[in-house]
Design a protein around this ligand. Structure first.
Ligand code: APR
Length: 318
């Protein structure tokens, strides 16, 4: 595939810079733009990454740009087909993602306003936490159609679930199928009924207690890493998820991915951003897919929906 297009990453912290490097190493974009409010940080990182091009064999160019609170520097993202928003504080040990809401909402307002102004045709992929609420806020502030604002969480949570199953059974991750829906938080719904190893149902291979333990570890997957790191949160698996979503948009791939998307009647639920499976293409979300669920899983998804609906109703005032 020939190289084309521009993708921008807002926030050059751990998550943003790792995402930018993954995108550049795909070697499918002309340009990856990385921005940050800290003077020179994005420029320095981009220069460093550009110097890796000859060694790693990719031609995509990275452009670093310092931005100001009232939009200074944002012209660098003009013409982006995709903008990934990573700007925001990460958790500290003991914090829930919801503890970040006020600080990150202020950052999101500023960022989404400028993204809408300077890259009005892009697809926004939000990764800032609390994920479901910040994705909803990105849509409200940008005024973009729902399909063009997506959140990254389900790919990551599913990847974590898959890792834990593969470790438990000592099998390759490629043989494992798992899925998580719902919110990126307490009401995450790991969908055990669709989980399988080489097509064999997980319930044939592990006891209900073992599956419950893996589900619980998946729900706390982010907090487990935050507790180990002591400062900051995960970014290697998260950036892999965000970069793959951006790639699916760029390639108009039609891949089905678990993402945070606007529901409009699917599962009988409407009017909120929720973790669901969706078909991803050039315009963002092509359609939301209704995965068959057991009655218990459906009840958990409805619980997740009710929880995010209540929180998302408040974000417009933040
Ligand atoms: N515009 C651009 N960049 C900003 C802004 C802003 N208005 N405000 C803050 N930043 C930058 C910071 O300067 C910092 O470089 O965002 C970056 C955040 O980086 P880290 O602190 O390393 O955090 P990171 O691990 O990258 O997480 C970013 O992703 O997983 C979520 O919860 C996490 O919300 C957090 C986000």
């Amino acid at each position: 595939m020939a190289r084309s297009g521009k993708v921008s990453v807002i926030g050059a912290g751990f998550y943003g810079s790792t995402t930018a490097l993954r995108l550049a190493e795909y070697d499918i974009f002309d340009t990856v733009v990385l921005t940050d409010v800290l003077d020179g940080k994005a420029e320095g990182i981009a220069l460093d990454m550009n110097q890796a091009r000859w060694i790693e064999g990719f031609e995509t160019k990275l452009v670093g740009q310092t931005t100001g609170p009232t939009g200074e520097g944002y012209e660098a993202i003009a013409g982006s087909e995709i903008v990934i928003i990573t700007a925001g504080l990460p958790r500290k040990p003991g914090m829930s993602r919801m503890d970040l809401i006020e600080t990150n909402a202020k950052i999101m307002r500023q960022v989404a306003e400028n993204v809408a102004k300077f890259a009005p045709d892009c697809v926004i992929i939000n990764v800032a936490n609390p994920l479901d609420e910040m994705t909803a806020l990105a849509q409200i502030v940008s005024g973009f159609p729902y399909a063009r604002v997506i959140g990254q969480a389900g790919m990551l949570d599913t990847a974590r679930f898959t890792h834990f199953v593969a470790e438990e059974l000592n099998v390759p991750v490629s043989s494992v199928t798992t899925l998580t829906l719902g919110s990126h938080g307490d009401t995450m719904v790991p969908v055990a009924s669709v989980c399988a190893v080489n097509g064999k149902p997980l319930s044939d291979l592990l006891s209900a207690e073992q599956i419950d333990a893996l589900v619980e570890r998946t729900r706390n997957g982010g907090a487990e890493i935050v507790a180990l790191l002591k400062t900051g949160s995960a970014y290697y698996a998260p950036s892999a998820a965000a970069a793959r979503m951006a790639r699916a948009v760029h390639e108009d791939s039609g891949k089905v991915m678990p993402v945070c998307a606007w529901v409009d009647g699917e599962y009988g639920l409407s009017g909120a951003y929720l973790g669901v499976e969706a078909v991803i293409g050039r315009g963002g979300i092509r359609s939301v897919v209704e995965t068959p669920l057991t009655p218990d899983e459906k009840a958990l998804l409805v619980q997740a929906y009710e929880a995010v609906l209540a929180k998302q109703a408040d974000v417009k005032d933040l």
